[in-house]
Design a binder for this molecule. Structure first.
Ligand code: AVI
Length: 321
């Protein structure tokens, strides 16, 4: 129950506190926004997830990029600027920049909220491109990079790692439309999407036996405790991954192991959780290759090529404006 304060003012003062309060007041089920997973602890846990044997997504993404880099760079009109949405340290992008750099000078705009990841990225990519790091939201960064475009320069936008799968489907569609609106004919978007695969495989990827994903999920409560003065007792919550067959997504939840009351000082908020009530923390949507092509077409793109990984079904789609 909110104890005080107006939501719009709070959002400006402390967006994290406002979103946590809003999410835990949500009916019929409580939820927390997944973008807050990534504090220093959460980012380190996510790095660990990407090398788990059960989580093949990142390895598949890297394999496909390695394979497509020469063909992709041959297709892009030069000179070219590369804009990466959520670059992290840019490790996967290296191959693409390397290939493009063989054809001429490249401007690279990595966009990420993590200043430390951007600094690492700038250092590592400096050998292949002029790096212009942007610590902004995806769309603000993309607009800024588009505004800085040199005459005759084409734009290649990278949205890798199936991050689009963490958006609700309507939001994903809307996002593609916004990206398209920032591009000109000849520009392109390379979009990574994780594909539907056997159920057991998808669930194990989000509920690994070593418990790394469980720790990643619970860390969201830990972050609320640390940054917002919450009093969540982490051992009172069990990690849960479930498949939603209607929306084609793995959902992550935190199940309350008993009836409990929690309070969050900086959000001026407290709420009760029933035994077995869950807090929905993330959705990881999975796609069919043809669905990606349809979404692209609805956003005004043409799907010029699609590369798939057979070991871990994953698609990289080249969408041209
Ligand atoms: C960042 N994103 C693409 C990951 C995913 O698979 O949806 C986040 C993640 N959550 C749990 N494990 C990985």
């Amino acid at each position: 129950m909110p104890l005080s304060g107006s939501l719009s003012t709070d959002r400006e003062l402390n967006p994290f506190a406002a979103e946590v309060r809003e999410g835990l007041s949500w009916q019929p089920r409580k939820q927390l926004p997944c973008q807050y997973f990534y504090d220093a602890t959460g980012s380190a846990l996510y790095e660990a997830i990407t090398v788990l044997p059960e989580y093949g997504l990142t390895r598949a993404d890297t394999r496909v990029i390695r394979r497509l880099a020469p063909a992709l760079s041959a297709r892009m009109p030069t000179p070219v600027a590369v804009v990466e949405l959520g670059s992290g340290s840019g490790a996967k992008t290296r191959r693409i920049l390397e290939s493009l750099a063989r054809r001429g000078p490249v401007d690279y705009y990595p966009i990420d909220v993590s200043a430390s990841a951007l600094a690492r990225c700038a250092q590592e990519m400096a050998a292949f491109a002029d790096v212009h790091p942007l610590a902004e939201s995806y769309m603000d960064g993309l607009r800024r990079a588009a505004d800085a475009r040199l005459p005759g320069q084409s734009l290649l936008v990278l949205f890798l790692g199936s991050t689009i799968g963490n958006f609700e489907r309507p939001a994903a569609q809307d996002f593609l439309g916004q990206v398209r609106a920032s591009l000109l004919p000849g520009d392109a978007l390379l979009l990574g999407t994780d594909l539907i695969k056997p159920l057991a495989r998808m669930l194990l990827a989000y509920d690994d036996p070593a418990g790394v994903t469980a720790a990643f999920n619970r860390n969201l409560l830990g972050r609320i405790n640390r940054e917002l003065g919450g009093n969540f007792v982490l051992r009172n919550f069990a990690h849960e991954a479930r498949w939603d067959p209607i929306h084609h997504r793995v959902e992550m939840h935190l199940r309350s192991l008993k009836a409990q009351r929690v309070s969050i000082r900086a959000a001026a908020f407290e709420c009760d959780l029933r035994k077995d009530e869950t807090i929905w923390t993330e959705s990881c949507h999975k796609f069919h290759p043809e669905e990606v092509r349809e979404m692209a077409a609805a956003a005004g793109f043409e799907c010029a090529a699609q590369w798939l990984d057979d070991t871990w079904p994953f698609a990289e789609s080249l969408l041209t404006a």
